[in-house]
Design a protein. Structure first.
Length: 113
């Protein structure tokens, strides 16, 4: 059974940083393309960042230069380093296994202005 478990969310002031983690189990993590999504209240879920099995990355324009996706295949873990956070980054952040369309349960990020 595949499980994706996010952690690292919380409350941070604007301009601050957070690092999200997504621990994967039950899958051959190193082979899978992964992504981070977010959903703000009243808005549709949107792609934040994607990372291929080979480590290539893609970012939404709104987070380019501020967020960095990475992965540690030895630890079966996906990361999202978020810097220079803004109030509009407030959302529930989800980890997704793109190769098999699995989702984590989400972690709340709240940025206070």
């Amino acid at each position: 059974q595949v499980q994706l478990v996010e952690s690292g969310g919380g409350l941070v002031q604007a301009g601050g940083s957070l690092r999200l983690s997504c621990a994967a189990s039950g899958t051959v993590f190193r082979r899978n393309n992964m992504a981070w999504y977010r959903q703000a209240p009243g808005k549709q879920r949107e792609l934040v960042a994607a990372i291929t099995s080979g480590g290539s990355t893609h970012y939404a324009d709104s987070v380019k230069g501020r967020f960095t996706a990475s992965r540690d295949n030895a630890k079966n873990t996906l990361y999202l380093q978020m810097n220079s956070l803004k109030s509009e980054d407030t959302a529930v952040y989800y980890c997704r296994d793109l190769s098999y369309d699995y989702w984590g349960q989400g972690t709340q990020v709240t940025v206070s202005s």
